[in-house]
Design a binder for this molecule. Structure first.
Ligand SMILES: Nc1ncnc2c1ncn2[C@@H]1O[C@H](COP(=O)(O)OP(=O)(O)OP(=O)(O)O)[C@@H](O)[C@H]1O
Length: 283
């Protein structure tokens, strides 16, 4: 059963102006319960706008976002978002940041239940030693771990990730990818990852859907990643299916980039593409 459906989404931030600045157009997507879907997009193509529409922070100009059969009207702890920029409250400790989220999702839980839940999730991301630290005392990787713990502590049915690991070094990024995958598999959640990293998308997702460059960005054809889980980064480099699909995706994105460059006088950035013969070393 589809847990999330995007139906004919059109989004502009200036509906009344002559130059409407259309961001997204004709976005249609259906995500099944338990799936892990990645959307790979060009910089500035409208990825965050799409996340905010799904999350309920924004409303589509036209079309509908349907979650569990009902139109999304507002944010909800059923959809946990892990943002690009950690978004922790700087005046609260790790414990307090997570406690606040739990308070919102489980207002009737007792103090002790909430305490157990905070500690359980902090432990899940290996930060028990930093429970009483403030965000400024943590590294980027640790802050992002807190964001992951906070999103998951609300027990969301769907985890939505907006380029959550972009700012991290390769080792921390690899470790967090594995942690997120573990949590997704063990808890049988649905996940949507927005990224500009094709390899990250291929390692984590069941299907990859490109978001074409805007204005009027729309979704491209999906690429299925038919590779058994758990996936092993070293083995993936020699997996024929992986190599073939990776090449298809990269060629598709490069073609899109070239078409866009021919149309546009302004410069823009491609997704994080690596040369076709690049080998991804395991961490
Ligand atoms: N509140 C807003 N009002 C007007 N325009 C906006 C607003 N938010 C975003 N935009 C514009 O919408 C377009 C898409 O922005 P968005 O942040 O969704 O893209 P993105 O793919 O997430 O970008 P990046 O890869 O840089 O994070 C950009 O041209 C941006 O300037």
């Amino acid at each position: 059963m589809a847990i999330l459906e995007l139906r004919n989404i059109y989004k502009t931030y200036n509906p009344t102006k002559e130059d409407k600045g259309e961001i997204l157009d004709n976005i249609n997507l259906s995500i099944e319960e338990g799936e892990f879907v990645a959307i790979v997009g060009f910089s500035g193509s409208g990825k965050t706008t799409l996340v905010n529409l799904i999350n309920g922070l924004l409303k589509p100009t036209e079309g509908e976002v349907i979650f569990k059969g009902k139109p999304v009207e507002d944010t909800s702890h059923e959809r946990g978002v892990i943002f690009q920029n950690y978004s922790l409250l700087p005046w609260l400790t790790v414990y307090q940041n997570i406690d606040m989220a739990i308070q919102e999702a489980f207002p009737k839980a007792s103090k002790q239940e909430k305490d157990v839940r905070v500690k359980e999730h902090v432990e899940m991301v290996g930060l028990t030693h930093a429970l009483n630290k403030y965000p400024k005392e943590l590294s980027g990787g640790m802050r992002q771990r807190v964001s992951v713990a906070r999103a998951l502590s609300m027990n969301p049915e769907m985890i939505i990730m907006d380029e959550p690991l972009g700012a991290l070094d390769a080792l921390t990024r690899g470790n967090l990818q594995d942690e997120i995958l573990k949590i997704w598999e063990v808890n049988k959640r649905t996940a949507l990852l927005i990224t500009n990293d094709v390899d990250e998308a291929m390692y984590m997702a069941d299907r990859i859907i490109p978001l074409k460059p805007g204005p009027n960005a729309t979704l491209g054809p999906e690429f299925k990643i038919n590779i058994e889980r758990p996936r092993n980064k070293t083995a993936l480099n020699d997996n024929e299916e992986y190599k073939k699909t990776r090449l298809e995706i990269i060629e598709y994105l490069m073609d899109l980039g070239e078409q866009q460059a021919a149309k546009s006088t302004s410069s823009y950035e491609l997704p994080d593409l690596q040369p076709k013969d690049f080998r991804w070393d395991a961490n």
